[in-house]
Design a protein around this ligand. Sequence first.
Ligand code: HEC
Ligand code: HEC
Length: 219
Amino acid sequence: MPSTRTILWAATLLSALAFLGMTVDSLRKLGARTHEERLSAEVIEGKRLWQHYDCNDCHTILGIGGYYAPDVTKSYAIRGDAWLRQFLKEPAKMYPAGRQMPNFHLADEQVGSLVAYLEWVSEVDTNGWPPAPEGVARAESGGAKVFLAQHCNTCHSIQGSGGTLAPDLSHEGSRQTKEWILAQLNDPRSHKPDSIMPSFKQLPEAAKQELADYLAGLK
Ligand code: HEC
Ligand code: HEC
């Protein structure tokens, strides 16, 4: 029979080895998970600007930062290039009714670097973290609520409230039918091959119907 002391030592040694093995394994995968070969000078400049402007004071990125404003780890994937560029130049236009981000009066190259940095970060394999952020729903019900929850208003305006990157939808119902609007939601590129509007195909069918009914009713 081995003594208790021997068993304890063996268990400690085994745990230490397992821990060491996992650390080495994580370090070996780090390069691939962060695709470090794409760390261009522009991305690094973007990270420098991120620190220079203390964006972390309000935002969390890759698990570090404040909670005043949204986690931007996946913003590039959610918002896309065009939206982010316009937003960083003039934040107030994209969140007309919400809390406002200060305008840093960034030059075009600075916006380019920050967007390159956000793009690089959004592609880091974070095992799905953070989970899909909730929308900023501020309407009572139905299609109007889905419209805000899906952030359609960051690009489109309705009755004077919303972004300016995309057509005003205040009278969408007198321009298009419900069927046409559903096709636009499922595949914007079916109407315009170089559309920058994201596809909302993955939305539950009921939400798409509500949205299309709402917009088709705006005459
Ligand atoms: C004083 C706080 C504050 C600082 C500092 C700040 N932001 Fe923001 N940011 C906000 C607020 C507020 C919003 C809008 C969120 C809302 O209304 O829910 C926002 C939104 C954003 C978004 C859009 C997120 C999304 O997907 O909706 C991005 C990207 C962003 N900020 C980037 C930056 C960058 C880059 C910097 C540094 C140059 C920065 N922010 C500094 C407060 C801040
Ligand atoms: C990143 C910006 C962006 C977002 C977010 C966005 N759209 Fe669009 N949308 C566009 C642009 C740009 C167009 C103009 C046509 C094109 O490029 O596809 C458009 C066109 C449309 C049209 C057709 C307008 C017309 O009659 O020509 C509808 C309807 C529409 N969007 C609805 C929505 C809805 C509903 C949402 C949210 C679920 C949404 N959009 C989110 C950018 C956006």
